[in-house]
Design a protein around this ligand. Structure first.
Ligand code: PLP
Length: 456
């Protein structure tokens, strides 16, 4: 079988199971520039370094080299001073988990191990924060966001902080609505109360600086605010690197120490991890370095221009079709609702026309059902066909089978859904509708069963 061409044929078949990640037909999960030259050189970089193990950056010195260079660039666009130290992780979630672990250990050092430390998180914050709280045994306190601004309510934030607070989180921007929490005001509060403030700029870290350069109004969210103690920013999002890298920056070198893991007592070599994972490929680091050096400041700026132009066009044209934004436009994310169309049918119709959109929850007194669009540079040239498809979908009658399934679900009839699951054909929009009709704990359990089913 070694080297069998059948394997390549099989891989080509398997590849067709997926949506083409370069197509620009989706608005989450991938950040596509549309620049094939960049993609090719990154794949070359990935290949060249894939078999090197970043676990030992003294043997594979390229790992330390790439990490230092990438961190240097991340610092330069985040207004970090010399003191700030960084770590390269494998993704936003890993950066967040490391932040939680460091905050917990710093809290324990200051207050002892008796108290359960707390994280204060705006309700628009990413699930990785709850995951971190679960993994590392912290208590999560979720505070509401304001109905109009979709930013954290400062009053609620203030009253949630106490002497057990280990960490407060701001997003720049948050994923659901794309708004930027009021980091300046939050920093004032956390400084006064002596607690850490992390800015989750996993999405915004590599694009907001270029919004600013292009003259867009961006509220201060980085190290210019003295209260900010750490920032996560993902190279594999708007840094346009291949998947597998994110940067975590610490204002205080002591915090980085709490994120490092060192073991000198086991019987083998001196064991050092600067991230959660241990053995890991240098490939994604090489890819991130390549993206940064290929693009440079001007390259990032011109890609950001494309994102802004896509946002302007899509917002204008979707508005003409009756869509409204759930929030003020502050970043590269759109979240839109439409009171005149059934959003579930719309998203289904768009899917039939090869456009993949996610539906976000309706939340009482906050938002109706809305669709999420994280925009990439490639969307600039695709905005027109997207709008044509949207117009066509709205003007066509809804698919009767889909409507029947959704009506059935609303009436508690699960049979249609179960058939789809059995066929391995899960429609995320249907799951949203199904799971919200069940009490949260049961819905979680059901989702868990469905997931196990997928991998059976
Ligand atoms: C605001 C925010 N933080 C963190 C993450 C987690 O990043 P990753 O998927 O790279 O783990 C995401 C992912 O979309 C995000 O939107």
């Amino acid at each position: 079988m070694t080297g069998s061409p059948d394997l390549l044929a099989s891989l080509s078949k398997i590849e067709k199971m997926d949506i083409d990640p370069y197509s620009g037909n989706l608005f989450t999960y991938v950040y596509e520039t549309g620049d094939k030259k960049l993609r090719n050189i990154q794949h070359k970089a990935l290949n060249m370094f894939y078999d090197r193990n970043a676990l030992d950056f003294t043997t594979f010195k390229s790992a330390a080299y790439f990490e230092k260079e990438i961190v240097r660039f991340a610092k330069s666009i985040s207004n970090a001073n010399e003191e700030v130290l960084g770590t390269l992780t494998y993704g936003g979630t890993e950066s967040i988990l490391l932040t939680v672990k460091s905050a917990r250990d710093l809290f324990r050092k200051r207050k002892g191990k008796e108290e359960v430390p707390e994280i204060v998180l705006p309700s628009s914050g990413h699930p990785a924060w709850e995951k971190g709280a679960e993994y590392f045994d912290l208590k999560l306190k979720i505070v509401p966001i304001d109905r109009e601004s979709k930013k954290v309510s400062l009053e609620s934030l203030k009253s949630a902080i106490n002497d057990r607070t280990a960490l407060v989180v701001a997003s720049a921007p948050n994923f659901p609505y794309g708004t930027i929490d009021p980091v300046k005001e939050m920093g004032q509060i956390t400084r006064d109360m002596g607690v850490l403030l992390h800015v989750d700029a996993c999405v915004g870290g590599f694009i907001l600086p270029f919004f600013e350069r292009l003259g867009e109004k961006v509220p201060v969210y980085d190290f210019r605010e003295e209260g900010v103690t750490s920032i996560s920013m993902d190279t594999h999002k708007y840094g346009y690197s291949l998947k597998g890298s994110s940067v975590l920056l610490f204002r205080n070198p002591e915090m980085k120490k709490y994120s490092n893991y060192i073991n000198i007592s086991w019987p083998s070599y001196i064991f050092v991890n600067t991230s959660i994972l241990s053995s890991r490929s240098v490939g994604p680091m090489a890819s991130a370095w390549t993206a940064i050096n290929y693009l440079g400041m001007d390259g990032y700026q011109s890609l950001t221009k494309k994102v802004l132009s896509a946002r302007k066009y899509l917002f204008k044209e979707l508005s003409k079709l009756g869509f409204k934004s759930t929030a003020p436009l502050e970043s590269s994310i759109l979240s839109m609702y439409n009171e005149n169309v059934d959003l579930f049918s719309f998203v289904y119709g768009m899917q039939k026309r090869s456009w993949h959109l996610e539906i976000q929850k309706a939340i009482q007194d906050l938002v109706p059902y809305n669709m999420h669009m994280t925009l990439s540079p490639v969307h600039k040239k695709l905005s027109k066909p997207f709008i044509q498809a949207a117009r066509d979908t709205i003007n066509s009658p809804p698919d009767p089978d889909f409507k029947k399934l959704m009506d059935g679900l609303s009436a508690g009839d699960l049979s249609g859904l179960m058939t789809m699951i059995a066929d391995g054909n899960i429609n995320p929009a249907m799951l949203v509708k199904l799971l919200e009709q069940i009490p949260e704990e049961s819905a979680k359990e059901m989702a868990n069963e469905i997931v196990n089913g997928v991998f059976r």
